[in-house]
Design a protein around this ligand. Structure first.
Ligand SMILES: NC(=O)c1ccc[n+]([C@@H]2O[C@H](COP(=O)([O-])OP(=O)(O)OC[C@H]3O[C@@H](n4cnc5c(N)ncnc54)[C@H](O)[C@@H]3O)[C@@H](O)[C@H]2O)c1
Length: 440
């Protein structure tokens, strides 16, 4: 596979420093499921002698600076930099769109406004936008040329986040909404709602320990989604995802607007981790690796199907066990390393942004978008199950059943073992909403 080559077009000069604002992936493919590539929007500053940096590789990105000038309106760009990267989260088309957007701008040197025209006009809302996940997620979504408006909602501290983000000269308009009284306005006309609101784990806690607080938060927020943007794709990040997704489904059913094709538990981080760990272990090029992860999103319910890894690679029994356990416990690895200061936020934001981007591409008519997600499913006897899904304009177009065929003995046993736990979490979520309805 070709290495993706990235061209960084807009440069902004701040005193003696040049800030590279956006990278575009030209060659990478948004491949099926987890081989998906994220296009990176990184802000990397370096001194005026950009040409001295061709071999630096921050964030896995290689720079090859050239002395061709991109005349970007209003910016004192003095250098054209092309970059090569091994990872990206935007598709070729999206990257191309963003680049064209900048290129168009560059052809109008007299125009003083820095804003860019979005390639598509989707509105994305992030509920819990001032949090550890919400902030970096908002930044990554702000980079998408498919987004025309980014609505940031939180119960506190979201004004500053929005003010900060709104200075980035990427296409979308950023609007902030604080508190319950502004929630409805935040959601009106939105195409994708992402929910990372809630409390994260502390060391020693399981995801299920978060149930009591987060169940209520998700219920309240999804009620507002049902009332204000019932057609939106809903991405649930708040844990325990195994229960919060059934909670959301029950709420939407009660409101009479449940569309199972549009409700997703975000399990992308499990895929991102599986790809990373397998690539490290087997010394593979990261962008090539694609490991489907099925089941749910907690402990043993996270089941990476290593036998279905692409490219095809063989593992010893010990490697399978070690990798599976590491992928299942990767969240705890981060919780313990942060020692009380939260759970995975940056990698989660990266994963969630990838899922948003995939959803937007599907909404935009791309017919080749696959991701793993925890959705209503008939692949097993459980009503909700994470698997690869094909995404389209109307949400889930197909559940990919082939991954569940021809499992190894280890995977089959793990699948059998996870079902009772996942079933319990699903039932707990459903019972929570039904009990509330009875007592109301
Ligand atoms: N799905 C996954 O793979 C995954 C991975 C990591 C974390 N998580 C979960 O994501 C959630 C958020 O994690 P975080 O690290 O960003 O936590 P955080 O505490 O840093 O941020 C949560 C944000 O939610 C806000 N919030 C609380 N109640 C709200 C409400 N009613 N309405 C709107 N906003 C509200 C808070 O003000 C805060 O800004 C946690 O439940 C965590 O367990 C999921």
């Amino acid at each position: 596979m070709l290495l993706p080559s990235l061209s960084c077009l807009p440069l902004e000069t701040f005193q003696d420093e040049v800030l590279v604002l956006v990278f575009f992936c030209e060659e990478c493919e948004m491949a099926a499921t987890s081989a998906t590539t994220f296009s990176v929007g990184s802000a990397i500053s370096f001194g005026p002698k950009a040409s001295q940096l061709p071999h630096s590789k921050p964030f896995g990105v290689r720079f090859n600076s050239k002395n061709s000038l991109a005349n970007f309106s209003g910016l004192k760009a003095a250098t054209f930099v092309s970059c090569e990267s091994e990872t990206s989260f935007m598709s070729k088309e999206t990257a191309q769109a963003l680049r064209s957007s900048f290129a168009r701008k560059a052809q109008k040197p007299n125009q003083t406004q820095y804003g860019l025209q979005p390639q598509a006009s989707f509105k994305v809302a992030i509920l819990g936008a001032a949090g550890g996940i919400g902030q970096p997620l908002a930044l990554l979504v702000k980079m998408s040329p498919l987004v025309s408006a980014l609505h940031l909602y939180d119960i506190a501290n979201v004004k500053g986040v929005a003010a900060d983000l709104s200075h980035c000269n990427t296409p979308s308009q950023v609007l902030d909404y604080t508190g319950a009284s502004e929630l409805a306005n935040c959601l009106k006309g939105v195409n994708v709602v992402v929910i990372p609101a809630g409390v994260p784990r502390k060391p020693g806690m399981t995801r299920d320990d978060l149930f009591n607080i987060n169940a209520n938060i998700v219920k309240t927020l999804v009620e507002a989604v049902a009332d204000n943007c019932p057609d939106a794709f809903i991405h649930i990040i708040s844990n325990p995802v195994n229960s919060t997704v059934p909670i959301a489904a029950e709420v939407l059913k009660q409101k009479g607007v449940y569309d199972p094709k549009k409700l997703f538990g975000v399990t992308t981080l499990d895929v991102v981790r599986a790809n990373t760990f397998v690539a490290q272990k087997k010394n593979l090029k990261l962008i090539d690796v694609d490991v489907p992860v099925i089941g749910g999103h907690a402990g043993i319910t996270i089941l990476p199907l290593l036998s279905k890894t692409k490219p095809s690679v063989s593992f010893t029994d010990e490697e399978v066990k070690e990798l599976t356990v590491r992928i299942q416990n990767a969240g705890t690895e981060v919780v313990e390393a942060k020692a009380g200061a939260g759970s995975a936020t940056l990698s989660m934001a990266y994963a969630a942004a990838r899922f948003v981007e995939s959803s937007l591409r599907a909404l935009d008519g791309d017919g080749d978008v696959y991701e793993c997600a925890y959705v209503e499913s008939n692949l097993t006897e459980l009503p909700f199950f994470a698997s690869r899904v094909k995404l389209g304009r109307k949400g889930v177009e197909a559940l990919i059943s082939s991954d569940l065929q021809g499992l190894t003995e280890y995977e089959q046993k793990a699948l059998d073992a996870l079902k009772p736990e996942l079933k319990g979490s699903i039932e707990k979520g459903i019972a929570f909403v039904q009990k509330e309805a009875v007592s109301a």
